[in-house]
Design a protein. Structure first.
Length: 133
């Protein structure tokens, strides 16, 4: 992937998978730098906001992930899966009421085939953990 980016560093199709791969390797700062470089070139695209949120979550910056993903929700409020990601980040940040609200919205938007996933997560939030007590 880094070779593909070095060939054409302006291509989102190469840079986004590289950022995700770096995040999965625990190289959060490098991943964020890749996202920042692409943001300078392309603006805040849907894909960049989504990847920024995932990178921040993997780096355990849950508050930052919520902020990045909420920027995407403001643009596309009907995307249930992004709402669920926000709920996950908010839950890990200890913002349980906000996580429940986002989960409820995700549940109302999710297709039937995905509702069980949302319900399972909602149950986890409702039961709380150390972040929520």
């Amino acid at each position: 992937l880094s070779h593909a980016v070095s060939i054409d560093s302006t291509r989102l199709s190469a840079a986004l998978p590289l950022a995700l791969a770096l995040a999965r390797l625990g190289r959060t700062q490098e991943a964020l730098a890749a996202v920042d470089n692409m943001t300078k070139l392309h603006g805040e695209t849907r894909g960049l906001l989504l990847v920024r949120g995932e990178v921040l979550m993997r780096g355990r910056n849950f508050a930052g992930a919520v902020e990045a993903l909420m920027d995407l929700i403001r643009r596309e409020p009907e995307v249930w899966s992004v709402r669920l990601m926000v709920a996950e980040a908010a839950f890990e940040a200890g913002r349980c009421e906000f996580a429940l609200a986002q989960t409820d919205t995700a549940l109302s938007l999710a297709p039937e085939a995905e509702k069980a996933t949302v319900i399972a997560f909602r149950s986890r939030v409702a039961n709380g953990n150390a972040n929520c007590k």
